[in-house]
Design a binder for this molecule. Structure first.
Ligand code: FE2
Length: 357
């Protein structure tokens, strides 16, 4: 197993790279756009496939390299579902297990507070805490929907209940530290030691820190995976250049439709009785596992079989389409819209994302 900690001196940000050398699969956590050359060099040198680019939250201090890594390498981007980053391939939630390299598992621990969508990643003997817990400190709560009480609960009931020897790898450090442990933070973190929840809230709400220098660019950019307009076009151009016309069609389709996350899909299913869920994959995929309430109509015959679904006589009936990863359902959603259906949604990340929840 290969592990590397990168440091971006401009924003004091740590990035983590985990790789299974046997299967040659890797994961990166909180990549910084300005450092992408370093990541690409390492990936090329090692000859690994970068499976996931994960974010502990939507950052205010730097722009993510996630979107560019996806453009360059086909990496799947993953961001907490409550972060509002609809660009992400996977909307991750607390309790999700992300696997790579065959047997490697990363468990997602919801640690809201610094932002509502903040998560930590627990892998082997270490936890990547983003801005939820620093070495001797914690992330601020005075913008992006931060909540000091939630942060206190996340740290004390989620992170501090991990084994004492768990290594803590934070999202930033401003004092030259690189790693700590849960035991060390539980005993010595000055923001928390001997403080009640109310005292912590009072302290956090009165830090009076200046805003991060890149906040106005970083937050909106990170909600679109760190890509600017031309880089989003590059994604299309890349697809064309590599002769992948299917990929080009999918990218076009995704700009015309409403994609929703797994979390949003669950809410729709709970709250909307009229919702029709259609699995557009092939029979052999459907039988291996599907969403319980889904009707199975393969993409190739979708337009011809819709009339068999009584509810769809009304073209304003909400329809949720899904496939394996969100590509076929994006194309199918465009087709339904062209047929006049007014409330068509496609599940971002498809059944792959659904099965991670
Ligand atoms: Fe942050």
């Amino acid at each position: 197993m290969f592990f590397k900690q990168f440091f971006d001196e401009d924003t004091w940000t740590f990035t983590y790279f985990l790789a299974d050398e046997l299967s040659q699969e890797a994961v990166i956590i909180d990549p910084v756009k300005g450092q992408i050359e370093h990541y690409l060099n390492l990936i090329n040198d090692m000859g690994v496939t970068l499976k996931y680019a994960l974010e502990t939250h939507v950052h205010a201090d730097h722009i993510t390299a996630g979107g560019l890594l996806r453009n360059n390498l086909g990496t799947l981007t993953g961001v907490g579902a409550a972060c509002g980053a609809e660009c992400a391939d996977i909307q991750i939630s607390s309790g999700d297990i992300l696997t790579f390299g065959g047997n490697e598992q990363i468990r997602v621990i919801g640690t809201p507070g610094h932002t509502p969508g903040s998560v930590s990643f627990y892998w082997r003997d270490r936890v990547f805490t983003g801005d939820s817990l620093f070495i001797g400190g914690c992330g601020r709560v005075d913008f992006q929907g931060g909540d000091a009480g939630e942060l206190y609960d996340s740290i004390t009931t989620q992170l501090f209940t991990l084994p004492d020897e768990t290594l803590v790898y934070p999202g930033h450090d401003y004092q030259g530290n690189e790693v700590s442990s849960i035991g060390q933070e539980r005993r010595h973190n000055s923001r928390l030691v001997d403080k009640s929840r109310a005292q912590f809230i009072d302290l956090m709400n009165n830090l009076n820190l200046p805003h991060p220098k890149y906040i106005d660019q970083a937050v909106p950019a990170n909600k679109v995976c760190g890509l600017d307009d031309s880089e989003r076009q590059d994604a299309k151009v890349n697809a064309i250049a590599t002769g992948n016309s299917a990929q080009t069609m999918v990218l076009d389709a995704r700009q015309q439709i409403c994609e929703i996350s797994v979390g949003q899909a669950e809410i729709e299913m709970q709250q909307c009785d009229a919702l029709v869920v259609i699995d557009v994959r092939e029979e052999n995929e459907f039988v291996l596992g599907h969403i319980n309430q889904a009707i199975h109509i393969p993409r190739g015959v979708l337009e011809f079989k819709l009339q068999n679904i009584n509810k769809l006589a009304d073209k304003m009936t909400p329809v949720l389409l899904y496939c394996g990863s969100g590509a076929r359902s994006a194309l199918a959603s465009v087709a339904l819209q062209q047929l006049g259906y007014g409330k068509v949604m496609s599940l971002a990340g498809g059944y792959k994302a659904w099965s991670l929840k």
